[in-house]
Design a protein around this ligand. Structure first.
Ligand code: GAP
Length: 441
């Protein structure tokens, strides 16, 4: 996996997207007025909208459009015994080395024997560093009140396996899905939102009869690859890569990553792991509660195996932005355009009165109110219409609806499409159905 910017990487695209994110309000350095906090980001108005759309696109594909997956929303703080049983307390570590010359700290597996900061080869021995953030529950800071911020959402689904199976009357194969924040005290976060200490996970734990797990893992690899294509990433920029045995997480018998061609090389978007019965067995042993499934048809009892597609929403956002970024020329003028899928774009529609004159405002707002009941809209009446079109192109809005002085007479408006810039005149009464028909919503 690419982990740091390589000197040969084409950084033009990376810089352009990072600048656009700041300039237009997708992503801000967290607490910027206090100098920020290293590699932590706040999602601005456009970023919050886009992240929400990514979550919804995942939810739609993984839950809404299926009949074998149910959602849960588990707590971030949980009983620390969960992390003891899951193996995270003992083995969720990265190898840490210190540079004795400049005092920087690095992940030993990401550098090649010399400090990337000062070039010194005088490094300490690698020692395991646990990535979980520790905190205390209640007012007293003592060992018995230690708790951890979850480094993955998966455990919330394993410890609730029985509750979900019983209350929803499911039997394998079926899945439990969850979206939520996860926290890892990464030694070297970086590459913008690619690797951060707080990020958003979208995870499915799919419980299957043990013999069926290889087939389901193959199935989920194909499904997940297709999801990124469905939402606008060209298939040439995606690939599936099976892990080498030494890369595998402590719980996995085999993992395949969906990778995206980032400006610095191939990097992981999500991992599809065969977690076997590792987690259910561990929780069964540590809790003393049987988590076996009883198959009434065969009279067999077994611990289901788990296939887990685990995707990062914040990392996916970066990939969608990089894949969508384009520059072209319209009427001799250079423009930046984000060719985002309409379901992923922050706004689906911008409603633009041709002029700020008060006579246009009431009709333009009426159009806005009609459209915003169904679609996320921005209303903008500042600057020239040309500049407003460019601004919407740059933030990926698929359609602009312009209300002009003729609209007052003929009750028609102009709809402009982002990619082709083609304009269509149509009655206000037809605008909503026209847009819904074209937005693949
Ligand atoms: N439950 C399995 C699990 O968490 P993972 O491969 O460690 O698997 C899944 O993480 C996904 O989460 C990754 O493919 C990546 O997209 C995202 N991810 C992991 N660590 C991240 C970080 N520090 N910052 C942003 N995204 C991260």
């Amino acid at each position: 996996m690419a982990t740091s910017l390589e000197p040969t990487a084409d950084l033009g695209l990376f810089d352009a997207v990072v600048n656009l994110c700041k300039r237009r309000g997708f992503v801000f350095p967290s607490a910027e007025i206090y100098g920020g906090i290293r590699s932590t980001y706040d999602y601005g108005p456009l970023g919050a909208l886009m992240l929400r759309n990514i979550r919804e696109a995942w939810w739609r594909a993984m839950i809404q459009e299926r009949d074998d997956v149910v959602p849960i929303d588990a707590a971030i703080l949980t009983n620390p015994k969960v992390w003891e049983a899951s193996g995270h307390l003992a083995t969720f570590t990265d190898p840490l080395v210190d540079c004795r010359t400049c005092k920087e700290r690095w992940r030993a597996d990401q550098i090649e024997g010399t400090c990337p900061n000062c070039g010194s080869a005088d490094l300490t021995e690698a020692r395991p560093f646990n990535l979980m953030f520790k905190t205390f529950v209640g007012p007293v800071e003592e060992d018995s009140s230690i708790a951890y911020l979850r480094p993955e959402t998966a455990q919330g689904m394993f410890v609730n396996y029985l509750n979900v199976e019983t209350t929803t009357r499911r039997k394998p194969p079926f899945g439990i899905a969850q979206i939520g924040r996860a926290f890892r005290n990464e030694i070297t976060p970086g590459n913008f939102v690619f690797r951060t200490r707080e990020f958003e996970l979208m995870e499915l734990e799919f419980f299957v009869p043990p013999a069926d797990s290889p087939r389901w893992q193959q199935y989920w690899c194909e499904e997940r690859l297709a999801w990124y294509v469905r939402y606008g990433i060209a298939s040439e920029k995606l690939r599936l890569r099976p892990h080498d045995p030494e890369e595998l997480s402590h719980y996995s018998s085999g993992t395949t990553d969906v990778e995206f061609l980032f400006p610095w090389g191939w990097g992981e978007l999500e991992g599809i792991a065969n977690r076997t019965d590792f987690d259910l067995r561990a929780h069964q042993e540590h809790s003393g509660t049987s988590l076996e499934h009883f198959d009434q048809a065969t009279g067999e009892r077994y611990l289901p195996h788990v296939v887990e597609p685990a995707a990062g929403a914040t990392r996916a956002m970066m990939a969608f932005l990089l894949a969508a970024y384009d520059e072209d020329e319209i009427g001799g003028e250079r423009r930046v355009v984000l060719r985002l899928h309409p379901r992923i774009a922050p706004y689906q529609v911008a409603v633009l009165p041709l002029s700020k004159k008060e006579t246009l405002s009431p009709l333009a707002r009426e159009v806005l109110h009609r459209v915003q009941r169904r679609l996320m809209c921005e209303y903008d009446e500042t600057q020239s219409i040309g500049r407003r079109y460019r601004r919407q192109d740059e933030i990926g809005t698929p359609y602009c609806v312009t209300v002009d002085f003729e609209s007052l007479e003929d009750q028609q408006v102009t709809v402009r499409e982002r990619d082709s810039t083609e304009q269509t005149r149509l009655p206000i009464d037809e605008v909503v159905s026209y847009l819904l028909g074209r937005l693949d919503l």
